[in-house]
Structure formats: C-alpha cells, structure tokens
Design a protein. Structure first.
Length: 135
C-alpha cells in the first residue's frame, strides 16, 4: 500500500510538472547597437532578433498530451501536436510581421526529444526557432 501511494505521488508530480512547463513563448531583442545585419540588402533596417520556442509532452512519442498553444502564446493546448519545427517557424514569422518586418533572415530551428527518463512512455519535445526580422 505504501508503494502504491509513493508511485501515485510521483505520477501526480510528473503531471503537475507537465502542466507548468508546456508552453509557447517569444524572446525579442531590439538592440543592434547601430550595426547592419543583412549584407545582401544594404538598405535594410533590423527590427528585432526573435527567438520562439514551444515545448510539449507526448505518449510513446506519438500521441500529443500537452504542448504550448501556437495561437494563444503563453497558454497550453491539450491533445494537439504543436511542438514541431513548422509551428516554431510559424511563431517566429508571425511575431516578425507583428513587429512590422517584411522579411526574416538567418532562420535557424532546433528540435529535441527525449523519453529515456520515463522509460520511453512519456516523451518531451522541444522546438526552438530564431531569426532576425528586417524592414
């Protein structure tokens, strides 16, 4: 009985951690210290350097449980596969357009996933995308 109680508490703690750690966010830096960032377009003006990220948890790395909501940044989305490179780039370009940019350059995306810490039952996926928005 004590063992079952301990396993239940660990499972509850894991799900609580999933709830608070799954989200989509932006980080924006507008300080370029007067430097030009796009040598291909000499007249371009840098608007911001944007870093977008989205994290989520999946069952057996196939079925989405919870991830960041790409439509409402900062909130979570249930049973929707949002933690993928396509959505990370979409978050990045939406923010760039929102800031008044007409082009996003030097876009880089990384994707990580791991399930080893839960014996490959629950998987963590994290996708990040960054780029420089220019006018």
């Amino acid at each position: 009985m004590k063992k079952l109680k301990r396993v239940t508490l660990v499972a509850l703690a894991f799900f609580a951690a999933m709830l608070v750690s799954s989200c989509a966010t932006y980080q924006v830096s507008k300080d370029f210290r007067g430097q030009q960032v796009d040598s291909a377009n000499p007249g371009s003006i840098p608007v911001a350097y944007i870093h977008a990220k989205n994290y989520g948890y999946y069952l057996f790395n196939t079925y989405p449980i919870i991830s960041g909501d790409c439509e409402d940044v900062g909130r979570t989305s249930w049973f929707t596969d949002n933690a993928n490179p396509h959505n990370a780039v979409d978050l990045l370009t939406k923010k760039a357009k929102e800031l008044g940019a007409f082009k996003t350059i030097d876009v880089q995306t990384t994707h990580r996933e791991s399930g080893a810490y839960t014996f490959w039952i629950f998987w963590y996926r994290g996708t990040q995308s960054s780029g420089t928005a220019i006018k």
